[in-house]
Design a protein. Structure first.
Length: 192
């Protein structure tokens, strides 16, 4: 935290660096139960099947700019490379360094991804294992689930996917700005 994250975030606050936090969310078309406690049993319909919508994204720690790659198959190193290229394209006219904090998933830490990041002049910073508390985008995924999935029934996979896309569009267009400003504050819970 003190050696890698904080110094880069300070540079980002001063406009000297762009800092992203990256991760993938794998939304499975099924029931997302929120907190429920009651005396009477409640039955909630849930779809059959295992349709999955994958969202690989990055969130800018300061501006909350969101960039993503979505698919219904799986996330692999090619997805990460596609995301890195989208990030570079979004900053093609900038000379400010770019850093991305991400976890140690094999498809993110492989040589192909590292080499492509070097050619795109993007610094990859890998977070310690089992530290979602240090990854800002984890809070964003929690918000997406709350916004469109918790206790909601989508009978068709297309409706499910559209609901997630609508939540992601709220982030991109700034409709969720007030909620996200509070949620994505740069305070991190640390554990000994």
């Amino acid at each position: 935290m003190d050696e890698k994250i904080k110094p880069r975030l300070e540079e980002a606050k001063e406009g000297k660096r762009t800092v992203y936090f990256a991760d993938a969310a794998h939304f499975v078309h099924g029931a997302f139960i929120a907190c429920v406690w009651c005396i009477v049993r409640i039955f909630m319909p849930t779809p059959s099947g295992r349709g999955r919508y994958n969202v690989l994204g990055v969130i800018d720690a300061i501006t909350h700019n969101f960039i993503s790659v979505c698919n219904t198959t799986y996330i692999n190193h090619l997805s990460i490379i596609e995301l890195l290229e989208k990030i570079r394209e979004a900053h093609k006219d900038s000379v400010i360094p770019i850093s991305i904090f991400l976890d140690n998933a094999k498809y993110q830490a492989c040589n192909a991804v590292r080499e492509r990041a070097v050619t795109l002049n993007i610094e990859l910073m890998f977070l310690p294992s089992y530290s979602p508390n240090l990854n800002l985008i984890e809070r964003l995924w929690k918000w997406v689930k709350k916004d469109c999935l918790n206790c909601k029934y989508y009978s068709k996979f297309g409706e499910f996917k559209e609901a997630i896309d609508n939540s992601l569009n709220k982030i991109i267009t700034g409709q969720a700005e007030k909620e996200l400003d509070s949620l994505l504050a740069l305070n991190f819970q640390l554990f000994k």
